[in-house]
Ligand binder design. Sequence first.
Ligand code: BG6
Ligand code: MG
Length: 221
Amino acid sequence: MLKAVIFDLDGVITDTAEMHYLAWKELAKGIGIDFNREFNEELKGISRMESLEKILVHGGVANQFSEADKLGLAKSKNDHYLQLLTQMKPEDIFPGIKEFLDELKANDIKIGLASASKNAPAILESLQITYYFETIVDPEEIAKGKPAPDIFLRAAEKLGITPEECIGIEDSTAGIQSIKDAGMFAVGVGTVNKMEQAGADLILHNTTELALCYLIKKFNQ
Ligand code: BG6
Ligand code: MG
């Protein structure tokens, strides 16, 4: 029986995936690295420092920066990202999410957040939806980030239920893998090709398609 829905944040609840992209692109440009949206897909769901490593490898300059340099670069990116976040308003929540959260609450389905972002609690606050979430996993408290299953497993553990009783919702390939390896039902929001390849159990084009009845039907099939 479905007992909980565990959400990713960036690119699922609001359009912060785009802000991450813009901030990384600017940072990379500053050190002579260019990358496109296709490469950016590989950064989705991945922690800040891992994203930076991937960008440096992509640019062929992984050995040119000390650990201190890398921390500085990650901080610059985050400062720029935080700057972009100052514009965020409750209206920036993706269409259908608020209604879906209300539907989950009304039906006593627990709600959790499994985001790799250290900025997640502040973003939920800006969107004024913190109170919906019974648990928010701090990415610092898990050993391995997505695509490892740890963060979704930890969310289920904190909610006091088994992975088989959970649906996870993700927009990234790494995130879908994390949900599947946790033994949960994976809902992928995004393009069919990408989500099929990632192994999503149910694919939605966008968040307006999130409806509890439909999800429960698919979950029980
Ligand atoms: C994930 C995003 O949710 O969080 C990644 O998909 C991002 O793009 C990661 O790098 C870490 O976010 P933050 O806010 O801690 O830098
Ligand atoms: Mg995401």
